[in-house]
Design a protein around this ligand. Structure first.
Ligand SMILES: [Zn+2]
Length: 329
């Protein structure tokens, strides 16, 4: 029996004419299309449970001043090579929550509740995502700060200016604390961004936390297996961490680079927010040479979520190999 065009048209018409309502109820409602799932990701380092919690992202137009020692067209070309939107820069933010030695320890706090309002939920999402991951801010024992930039400290306060982690001890790098709380340094700070940072830090640590912080030193353990490591340049007291438990180890870099595109592929480029660009580059190369030679896992605050990767030396820069999402822990 041959299937004619006429038959095809007839059966199409028959389908079209069939009643749309089937006797069984339709169970699948249309999924809400405007919102991502709460962004958190868990992995184990020995006995320690690490939860990477997204604070969101910031997307902005690429300006000449963003990388003062590179040509804008070279930066654009590097971003295009990484399939990023042309002429735009994207920065991600990802604080950590550790279940370590029977305690809940937060590392860095994101852009904070006011940023969530000001950016209409583009960032400042750490508090919400942390609760979605099952953590109670009141049950946080310790908050560890890597350095005093707004995207790391502003989440220390709730929207009403009170401490967001009311029962936590707040640990800060001793060198960072000394620099930003020094009145002489503040009076000498250049107008604009640097003065704004001093003002913001005084608001967080004076008005908000009433200076109730515990300064910590490099080379020492903050929690069992969590060691603070000097990685200066980005700020005078910028700190990274080595987390080790059993045979496992991860290097928590904080802002040794910002987004690895373009700062891992081009470690020679100095972002405007590196306070001492030369020193930041030296640190970046030292850390990435070590991480790639030792095949260490790296956790990056500004890396694309969830920010866990390996690095490989590649010419004058480094290639990033993101860890695949693990559906089990
Ligand atoms: Zn940062």
């Amino acid at each position: 029996m041959s299937f004619t065009r006429r038959q095809a048209l007839t059966s199409a018409a028959a389908i079209a004419a069939a009643p749309l309502l089937s006797p069984a109820p339709v169970l699948a409602a249309a999924p809400p299309a405007e919102k991502q799932a709460p962004s958190f990701y868990r992995y184990k380092v020995g006995d320690v449970l690490v939860t990477v919690v997204s604070d969101g992202k910031n997307v902005f137009k690429l300006e000449d001043a963003f990388i003062p020692n590179a040509k804008k067209e070279d930066v654009s070309a590097a971003l295009e090579k990484a399939y990023m939107p042309p002429g735009m820069m994207t920065i991600y933010f990802a604080p950590l929550v550790l279940n370590i030695g029977g305690k809940v320890v937060v590392i860095d706090t994101g852009n904070g509740a006011l940023a969530k309002q000001n950016t209409k939920g583009s960032n400042g999402l750490f508090a919400d995502n942390m609760v979605a991951a099952g953590f109670d801010p009141k049950a946080v024992d310790m908050v560890v700060i890597s350095h005093f930039h707004t995207d790391h400290v502003n989440g220390l306060l709730a929207a009403d200016g009170t401490p967001a982690f009311p029962n936590a001890e707040v640990l800060v790098p001793a060198v960072e604390w000394k620099f930003w709380m020094d009145d002489g340094e503040m009076s000498r700070a250049p107008a604009g961004r640097m003065q704004g940072l001093f003002k913001n830090n005084r608001n967080i640590f004076d008005a908000g936390l009433k200076r109730k912080v515990t300064p910590y030193e490099w080379g020492k353990d903050i929690a069992p297996g969590l060691t603070a490591v000097e990685t200066i340049g980005h700020t005078p007291g910028h700190t990274s961490y080595v987390l080790s438990s059993g045979a496992d180890k991860v290097f928590i870099q904080s802002d040794v680079t910002n987004n690895p595109n373009p700062f891992a592929t081009h470690p020679e480029w100095h972002a405007f927010f590196d306070q001492d660009g030369e020193q930041a580059e030296k640190t970046r190369r030292r850390v990435y040479d070590m991480v790639s030679a030792d095949k260490l896992l790296l956790q990056g605050f500004h890396y694309p979520f969830p920010g866990l990767a390996h690095l490989e030396k590649d010419g004058n820069g480094y290639r990033v190999i993101p860890m695949p999402w693990n559906p089990s822990i």
